[in-house]
Design a protein around this ligand. Structure first.
Ligand code: PMP
Length: 572
């Protein structure tokens, strides 16, 4: 053990706390306790050691000497660092059994912690306790032998949590809905994730906690619940900023979803920047959400839509794209990932090409964001839009990221409460970003659900998620292509994510989907809000299986076997 990892004994803390009378004195004491903790190397500030469920950033690092656990902890909030110090006093230098048997509630009670901590801070504290108990639990289960997951890694060589496949059951356990069975007693294989994902427990709990513990409207009233709810909502904005690497949280506007975000840009930016003769470049693989608002804008302003075709390998025709750009191009609106083909488009280079002719770029990231963080600065996109419901969060919320200069130059779109600085009998002045574009009461719970969803995705990791999806979708592609009359519409595996559309010659997709549904397999059938793309593919509807972080190879086998069964059944 490093000699520096020693902390005041619990009895010492109790003694010192006893002399403190007011909440302010206790807060001061905690801050000082936090300041006295041993240094916390920045290399430990990783996702692996971060405690999910805390308002602020908290990290706990375990060290196991073969007999006892020693912990380090830190937080970006001074008082929370002090709370971590309380836990280190309680738990560091103890055996796994002592940790599990320690009556932490009693300890907190004696320290009067619960009486002056907000419900949110209490929850954060409980999350820290859970994390420490989890380490002890793992150690106890391994019967004294050192479990690799609790050895202290060298800071420079953070441990690998392993592939998703290695811990698929524990990931699935976080999603209560995945244990639901259909009327036939079949476990539902949910393969409709591109339409909407399922929600992990942390997201469900964030919503239920809000409504049962401190719900209020935001940015208005002066009472405690109002400020707690406002803090939570703004923490979500910060989590989104971090996840998409936006320069400022002011550039993160909450909307009702991708569709609402695109309509906001089409109206607020489009109405005042487009005129007859101007062009908007979009691609044949766009979702209707990234087509119709531009067609409406074209009707309003007389601008023209220019379509970039797809190639026979289901990628974009980049030569046509280059040819479509000219000084007439005012906007390029492209999807980062096709919701039908799964194709991942080269957004960064497309954006750079558009900027060379002075066009602005809007990226529809609705199908990109579920697969992990993205970098709006690296893309250099002017606007990026996405929805919460495809990335583990609630439905009813979405995001519009826009570059500050553009958002500031755009007129406010909808008028109402919250988007103004002042209203007089003669007019109004508009609020600063981001509130300028957030008229009325926002979808509070839905926004708050974004933060735990992001934490969940961060804990999985983008690389692992893509590897998992490609393993599943690759296996499905091989299995389905072997079946009689099945056509898949897909680029090569390395150019796609876990979305696979297919059709079966001579059998309507609805019939295939119905047989699969009877066997507990949920896929989507239809044009998937991409009718121009289906016209180009010369197929009216496709079946779409879309895989996500909780799907298994067993579900892929069930899909392939059931499509095979459906073909035999329906061809008879
Ligand atoms: N764009 C793409 C690529 C999509 O897949 C979707 C959802 N299917 C949307 C836009 C629209 O998203 P929402 O319905 O959440 O507004």
């Amino acid at each position: 053990m490093e000699p520096s990892l020693t902390y005041p004994a619990p009895s010492e803390l109790l003694e010192e706390f006893e002399d403190l009378e007011t909440a302010e004195e206790r807060i001061q004491f905690l801050i000082e306790l936090g300041q006295s903790l041993p240094d916390f190397p920045s290399e430990y500030c990783t996702e692996e050691f971060r405690v999910v469920g805390c308002q602020s950033m908290v990290w706990i690092v375990p060290q196991w000497d073969g007999e006892l656990f020693h912990f380090r902890a830190s937080s970006d909030a001074p008082m929370v660092r002090g709370l971590a110090g309380v836990l280190l006093s309680a738990y560091s230098g103890k055996s796994p059994r002592d940790i599990l048997e320690f009556s932490v509630d009693e300890f907190f009670e004696k320290l009067h912690l619960k009486t002056f901590l907000s419900p949110l801070r209490s929850n954060g504290l409980n999350s820290m306790v859970k994390r420490i108990r989890h380490y002890a639990d793992t150690e106890l289960v391994s019967d004294g032998t050192v479990s690799p997951s609790v050895k202290t890694p060298a800071p420079e060589a953070a441990q690998d949590l392993g592939s998703i496949q290695d811990r698929i059951q524990s990931i699935r356990d976080e999603f209560p809905i995945l244990s639901v069975k259909n009327g036939e007693g079949e476990q539902i294989a949910y393969l409709d994730n591109a339409a909407s994902s399922q929600r992990p427990r942390a997201v469900i709990e964030s919503i239920s906690e809000l409504f049962s513990e401190h719900y209020s409207n935001v940015h208005r009233s002066g009472h405690a619940w109002a400020s707690e709810t406002t803090i939570k909502m703004e923490e979500s904005r910060e989590a989104v900023r971090r996840f998409i690497h936006a320069p400022s949280a002011d550039e993160v506007i909450f909307t009702a979803g991708t569709t609402a975000s695109i309509n906001l840009v089409a109206c607020a930016w489009g109405n005042s920047n487009l005129q007859p003769g101007d062009e908007i470049v979009i691609t044949e693989m766009e979702h209707h959400s990234n087509i119709v608002p531009w067609q409406q804008l074209s009707q309003r302003t007389g601008c023209r839509i220019v379509w970039v075709p797809i190639l026979p390998d289901y990628t974009l025709d980049m030569k046509s794209y280059a040819d479509s750009l000219s000084e007439r191009t005012k906007l390029v609106a492209i999807t980062a990932v096709s919701n039908v083909l799964g194709t991942i488009n080269p957004v960064k280079s497309m954006t750079a090409m558009a900027h060379q002719v002075g066009a602005k770029v809007l990226v529809d990231a609705a199908q990109a964001i579920p697969h992990g963080s993205l970098d709006v600065q690296d893309w250099d996109a002017d606007f990026v839009v996405f929805s919460g419901h495809k990335m583990l969060a609630s439905s009813g919320v979405g995001v519009l990221y826009g570059k500050r200069s553009l958002l500031e130059s755009m007129p406010a779109w909808q008028g109402g409460g919250s988007m103004i600085k002042a209203v007089t009998f003669d007019g109004f002045t508009v609020a600063d970003l981001p509130h300028k574009f957030e008229a009325g009461t926002p979808p509070i719970a839905e926004i708050i659900s974004l933060s735990p969803a992001i934490e969940f995705l961060e804990s999985i990791g983008k690389q692992r998620l893509m590897e998992h999806e490609r393993m599943l979708v690759g296996t499905a592609m091989v299995g389905l292509s072997k079946l009689d009359g099945v056509r898949t519409y897909s680029p090569a595996l390395e150019q796609k994510c876990g979305i696979l559309s297919f059709s079966v010659d001579g059998i309507h997709g609805e019939e295939i989907a119905r047989v699969l549904d009877g066997r507990g397999i949920a896929i989507r059938v239809g044009h998937h809000c991409a009718m121009p793309l289906h016209a180009r593919l010369a197929v009216p509807v496709t079946c779409r299986a879309s895989f996500y972080l909780y799907n298994t190879l067993d579900e892929v086998s069930r899909l392939v076997e059931s499509v095979s069964h459906a073909i035999k059944l329906l061809r008879r």
